[in-house]
Design a protein around this ligand. Structure first.
Ligand code: NAP
Ligand code: G4F
Length: 336
């Protein structure tokens, strides 16, 4: 039985990846932060009683700021595959917390790479790199496009990208960068623009909210479906050689397009409800991200299925369900 270790298992991607790897028969270990309130909502349906024999999901307290904890855990678990997803992942927030973002989203990658080098050097390593690294470089972006980050988040991810490549080249580690473009789902954090929109459309439809305040509606993104993207993460670690891969749909849409599709899917005209608030603008914006996934398609066979406009409908309808029934969980609508 193969063993995987996931940092960021409580996040959107971590929860789908844990589901996927359990489905594949893996023993899954996840790092969770100790919090004064429960932060495991996205993986509660996967929880297994530690007193039951044969359980395949184990959660460990820890924080990406704590090198010794990472080293001890890896020395004990000796995972075949490590998926490093933990990050302060919100671009707008990274302008408010640049130092913290640099620590968690940047330096933490060095901490885990060092721990692997010291105590678990046979583990394959996946780094959650991001299309934000391309920033001001115009689309379409591929593996050869120069990085031009436009936020503390993007700059931190560039640092992590190069540390991953350096450990691959310096120590021969199987260390791969997945450069993922935006991917969304009903489990997306509520302050990212897609989920903010779909949640508002559902709440307005049900009379629970009157208005939606947004920033720049002209930004162009390449939105895919998160469960399909975690499959790409796994495929990248099954390749013969470690490498760097762009994962994207290749299709562009504006925030306004997504807004319109979401509101129309519940019979609403967004123009009646949406207002501008400059607080949601960024000091430096990334105008357009559209990826070229040719390499990942050729080398791993990965393909996307769900389009951004289908995603808008899917997420809006899931939000309607969860407004009506707060215990709603999308695990039963996903194919694993
Ligand atoms: P997310 O939902 O924000 O999840 C982030 C995870 O990191 C959560 O589990 C969070 O724990 C954990 N975390 C944050 N700070 C930590 C710390 N100091 N120590 C330990 N864990 C910590 O992000 P996501 O959308 O799943 O994205 C996963 C990864 O892919 C991130 O690295 C993100 O930057 C990257 N990425 C995402 C996208 C996208 O479109 N989603 C695209 C490209 C790259 P809590 O639950 O306790 O907060
Ligand atoms: O949903 P967003 O916050 O995502 P963003 O900044 O593209 O970052 C996400 O994707 C990255 C991959 O490229 C990840 F690495 C990162 O971790 C994260 O998952 O914003 C998308 C666009 C931006 O142009 C923003 O200015 O939507 C615009 N926007 C307009 N109004 C808004 C809002 N964004 C947010 N969060 N909230 C608004 O009210």
């Amino acid at each position: 039985m193969r063993t995987a270790f996931i940092t960021g298992i409580t996040g959107q991607d971590g929860s789908y990846l844990a589901e996927f790897l359990l489905f594949k028969g893996y023993q899954v270990h996840g790092l969770i932060r100790r919090a004064s309130t429960f932060n495991t909502r996205r993986i509660d349906h996967l929880f297994q009683d530690p007193h039951v024999d044969g359980k395949r999901l184990t959660l460990h307290y820890g924080d990406m700021s704590d090198s010794s904890r990472l080293t001890t855990l890896l020395a004990t678990i000796q995972p075949d595959e490590i998926y490093h997803l933990a990050a302060q992942s919100h671009v707008r927030v990274s302008f408010d917390e640049p130092e913290h973002t640099g620590d968690v989203t940047g330096l933490s990658t060095t901490r885990i790479l060092e721990a692997i080098r010291l105590v678990s050097s046979e583990s394959k390593f996946y780094q959650a790199s991001s299309s934000e690294m391309f920033g001001a470089s115009p689309p379409p972006q591929n593996e050869l496009t120069p990085f031009y980050p436009r936020s503390p988040y993007g700059a931190s991810k560039v640092f992590s990208y190069w540390m991953t490549r350096n450990y691959r080249e310096a120590y021969g580690m199987f260390a791969t960068n997945g450069i993922l473009f935006n991917h969304e789902s009903p489990r997306r954090g509520e302050t990212f623009v897609t989920r903010k929109i779909t949640r508002a459309a559902a709440r307005i439809k049900l009379g629970m909210q009157d208005k939606l305040f947004l920033g720049n509606l002209d930004a162009v993104r390449d939105w895919g479906y998160a469960p399909e993207y975690v499959e790409a993460m796994w495929l990248m670690l099954q390749a013969d050689e470690p490498d760097d891969f762009v994962v994207a749909t290749g299709v562009a849409a504006t925030v306004k397009d997504f807004l319109q599709a979401s509101f129309e899917s519940v019979g609403l005209d967004y123009g009646k409800y949406v207002e501008f608030d400059s607080v949601y603008e960024r000091p430096t914006e990334v105008d357009a991200l559209v990826g070229d996934p040719t390499k990942v398609q050729t080398k791993t066979g990965w393909r996307h299925e769900v389009t951004s406009m289908e995603l808008a409908t899917k997420m809006t309808h899931a939000d309607l369900e969860s407004c009506r029934n707060p215990t709603f969980n999308d695990s039963h609508v996903w194919r694993y």
